[in-house]
Design a protein around this ligand. Sequence first.
Ligand code: ADP
Ligand code: MG
Length: 230
Amino acid sequence: MAIKKIIAIASAKGGVGKSSITAAIALNMAKTSKVGILDADIYGPNQHILFNIEHLKPKVILKKDKKYLEPVVTKDIAINSMGFLLDETKVAIWRGPMLSGAIRQLMNSTLWGDLDYLFVDMPPGTGDAYLTVASEIKPDFALLVTTANKLAVHDIQKSIILFNKLDIKMMGFIGNNIANIQETNDFGSIKELGISHISSIPFNLDIYNSNLDNLPSCFDDISKSIEELV
Ligand SMILES: Nc1ncnc2c1ncn2[C@@H]1O[C@H](COP(=O)(O)OP(=O)(O)O)[C@@H](O)[C@H]1O
Ligand SMILES: [Mg+2]
């Protein structure tokens, strides 16, 4: 069982498109590579919903009295998420240590098999979950997501400081929900911090409707960039 590259898709701000973009990149790259998704958003897992597999569960395998989980495979992507395992209303009131334990367990007890890429769909924020992912999952890279919105651009600076502190290399950032070239100019302050702009994704009705079968062509460029940057 070997995972070649682990890429955390992250932003301090919620709602900028991390989960949708994680699913879209995974779908696109699964055409040519072996791909998995770990949904590390324990309080608000979304991958099982995006892929319409809420009704499925990872198979439990017992090995020497230890429990392991076989990821749910859909569209050639191996997925594991708290969304398969626990009642979300119970998880909602978990404290930090339980959250960290859940991330650790999801990563370590899943039988991922051989993967070229494991994408980690990160929760918003910069807190506990990030520290746990850094120490337990050890991503090779973070890929940042932001919109051109002033608040999102402001918050991404916190993610940059955090990943620098955690010693996790940043591949660059993706601008999401971009309406025009003008908006791309708003990314100057991110580039000044040495983070390169990988691509811009337009507002797209299919993405909005969680229909990821018909992705815009920018995802081909994003996949190519990822292959080049790892
Ligand atoms: N490029 C896009 N075009 C249209 N809607 C988008 C796009 N990216 C994200 N969305 C929508 O924005 C909302 C938030 O996206 P989500 O992926 O859940 O963000 P996050 O994981 O950062 O919280 C969702 O309703 C999603 O469908
Ligand atoms: Mg999300």
